[in-house]
Design a protein around this ligand. Structure first.
Ligand SMILES: *Cc1c(COP(=O)(O)O)cnc(C)c1O
Length: 218
């Protein structure tokens, strides 16, 4: 499965974030041995434990909701945080990055699904916070992230992904944004990644398709 997926993604220059939440270190190690270097996790404790157990050249991506008081545990090593959805969280990441003498890549998570359970910025709120977000020196705003509605109705997903791409374009042309750094659209999961790539995703977050279904959902 992995080789086939990589071939498919290489053809479209799409980055694979292997979503390894709930999976044992051995499962990550076998994907690492096949060449995978980017892994995504959604819980701070699991992320730090796995990062200690696995090789240093892995790029760890935080893809889940992040509490401000836990940023300090991942700030020393995290490569990218996909789930930045408030100024206060961005400020906290900036502060912890500074303490570690680092600059941390982040994505702005924008709410595209209607369901209440999906977190993310409201787009207008995001735009109003841009002056203060872009003034932070120890984060680099690399793009946007979104989670589509979990549905078998493809027309809903198409609409949401299309909104995402429009938000990305509008932000990229905003004078406050460093457009040279702002290149990533993180959208698409196991069930909708093909559609996401067709619509302009640059980074897909794939778990169950690679590792098998998870025994519990979080
Ligand atoms: C779990 C998760 C994924 C991967 O989901 P799959 O359907 O298993 O591919 C992607 N993005 C986020 C934010 C997740 O929490």
């Amino acid at each position: 499965m992995y080789d086939q997926l990589i071939e498919e993604l290489d053809m479209t220059n799409t980055t694979l974030v292997a979503v390894s939440k709930t999976k044992p270190v051995s499962a990550l190690q076998s994907l690492y041995d096949k060449g995978q270097r980017i892994f995504g996790e959604n819980r701070v404790q699991e992320l730090t434990e796995k990062s200690e157990a696995l090789p240093d050249d892995i790029e760890w991506h935080m893809i889940g909701m992040l509490q401000k008081n836990k940023v300090k545990y991942i700030a020393p090593f995290i490569a990218c945080i996909h789930s930045v959805d408030s100024l206060s969280l961005a400020e906290k990441i900036d502060k912890e990055a500074a303490k570690n003498d680092r600059v941390i890549d982040i994505l702005l998570q924008i709410k595209i699904a209607k369901e209440d359970s999906k977190s993310g910025y409201d787009y207008d709120t995001l735009v109003s916070e841009l002056p203060r977000l872009t003034a932070l020196d120890h984060i680099r705003i690399r793009g946007v992230m979104g989670i589509g509605t979990f549905t078998s109705d493809e027309s809903i997903t198409v609409q949401e992904f299309s909104n995402m791409v429009n938000y990305f374009k509008a932000l990229k042309s905003n004078d406050l944004i460093d457009y040279q750094l702002f290149n990533e659209i993180s959208m698409g999961m196991s069930g909708d990644y093909k559609l996401a790539i067709e619509m302009g995703s640059t980074m897909v977050r794939i778990g169950s398709l690679l590792f098998g279904s998870r025994s519990y959902t979080i």
